[in-house]
Design a protein. Structure first.
Length: 190
């Protein structure tokens, strides 16, 4: 699993998708603290609005998932840590949450863990008239992914630099909708 080594000897997974500069700074700051406490930072979202900013930290507990009690305990700890380092110049609202079932994929290890699963990506630039792609993750390299599209069945390669966001997409209907859509796209309606 590709990682980078911090000055204190701790290993941190490599974030392969581009983050807002403030989100990157916060991820670098808090990830080692979370790891020492047995948690994993899944994603950092930072949005600046006209009335202030919003900082969302998605945290999980490897091997069993995060509980509401964990989140309640972590929230003031992370808030205090952010107050000490003060990485955000304006006022902001802090939200500490579970990544949920359709969790974001930000790190190389996330993509590797969801190989063979259905994911949805959104690219920075349109490709074939769309920025949104849904399909099975069939390949992962240190520089990008290969996706088998749900509708057409075509395989498309995407460099991580092209991807704006990626999420695991839970298949609530057991793939029935995708099979029907693919058959319809090929002119074989059932």
């Amino acid at each position: 699993m590709p990682t980078f080594l911090l000055a204190n000897g701790a290993r941190c997974p490599v974030i392969v998708l581009e983050l807002h500069p403030v989100a990157r700074k916060i991820a670098d700051l808090i990830e080692p603290h979370l790891q020492r406490q047995g948690y994993e930072l899944i994603s950092v979202e930072f949005k600046q609005g006209s009335r202030g900013a919003m900082l969302r930290l998605l945290v999980d507990k490897p091997g069993g998932g995060i509980s509401l009690n964990d989140l309640e305990r972590l929230s003031p700890v992370l808030s205090d840590l952010l107050d000490v380092y003060d990485p955000i110049e304006s006022r902001y609202l802090l939200e500490v949450a579970s990544p949920g079932i359709n969790r974001p994929l930000m790190k190389l290890e996330h993509f590797e863990a969801f190989l063979g699963q259905r994911i949805k990506i959104r690219t920075h630039q349109a490709r074939n008239g769309t920025k949104s792609f849904l399909g099975t993750l069939v390949g992962v390299t240190p520089t990008g992914i290969e996706l088998e599209e749900a509708v057409t069945g075509n395989r498309e390669a995407f460099a991580f630099a092209e991807i704006g966001s990626a999420h695991y997409e839970h298949d609530f209907d057991g793939g029935k909708h995708n099979r029907t859509a693919r058959q319809g796209a090929r002119g074989q309606l059932s």
